[in-house]
Design a protein around this ligand. Structure first.
Ligand SMILES: [Zn+2]
Length: 204
């Protein structure tokens, strides 16, 4: 009797996790990879070699100069890269891993496995940097930007196995900046972005 029960028990035990796994996968299917405009589309220069890292936290910035939904974001990103790689900063590449335009378009930045850059005192090693183009001290956050930001954070969290709870903004890591601007920061300080990201990860 005992001998007969053991295979049945084993089967029951084996089935339960399998079902849970199937349900979890079904939920995760709701989180689709966002459309990301590749570097070639904004005329990126080839990066210089730079320090490698594994991102373990997600950190959000704004770019800091005003940009409207009707402005040419690709051209702006191209200029940011040219300035950063020029004599002013001599950076390896554009400082951020992803950039989001005010119309919600997501652009590919530097390689995620490369340490980002900063003008402030924090060490960006281990930070996956997402930059919202615009100045959110003065301009409002568009619904499209917020939607893309939430989807990108959730996707990066899953793609790079970074817990959503690591989410923060530049000013949370540095005393030298108001980045990402008070209008964008409000969505972080009240927990709105983290809640929305967690819901996306659960497939809600
Ligand atoms: Zn910043």
């Amino acid at each position: 009797m005992l001998v007969r029960l053991i295979p049945i028990l084993a089967l029951l035990l084996a089935c339960k996790p399998a079902q849970q796994s199937a349900n979890t996968n079904a939920g995760k299917a709701a989180l689709t990879a966002p459309a990301i405009v590749p570097r070639a589309s904004w005329g990126a220069l080839a990066p210089k070699p730079y320090k490698q890292h594994t991102p373990v936290r997600i950190t959000v910035h704004h770019e800091g100069t005003q940009l409207l939904p009707t402005d040419d974001a690709a051209r702006k990103i191209n200029r940011i890269q040219a300035w950063g790689m020029g004599p002013d900063r001599n950076w390896a590449d554009i400082p951020y891993h992803f950039l989001i335009a005010p119309n919600g378009t997501i652009y590919e930045g530097r390689a995620v496995t490369t340490v980002g850059e900063t003008n402030t005192e924090y060490d960006p090693t281990g930070h996956l940097l997402i930059c919202c183009l615009g100045n959110y001290e003065v301009q409002e956050v568009s619904a499209e930007t917020l939607q893309s930001l939430i989807q990108l954070i959730a996707w990066c969290s899953r793609q790079y196995k970074i817990p959503a709870e690591t989410l923060s903004t530049h000013k949370d890591n540095s005393k030298q900046t108001t980045c990402p601007g008070k209008n964008l920061y409000a969505y972080f300080s009240n927990g709105y972005v983290l809640d929305a990201v967690k819901k996306k990860l659960k497939g809600e």
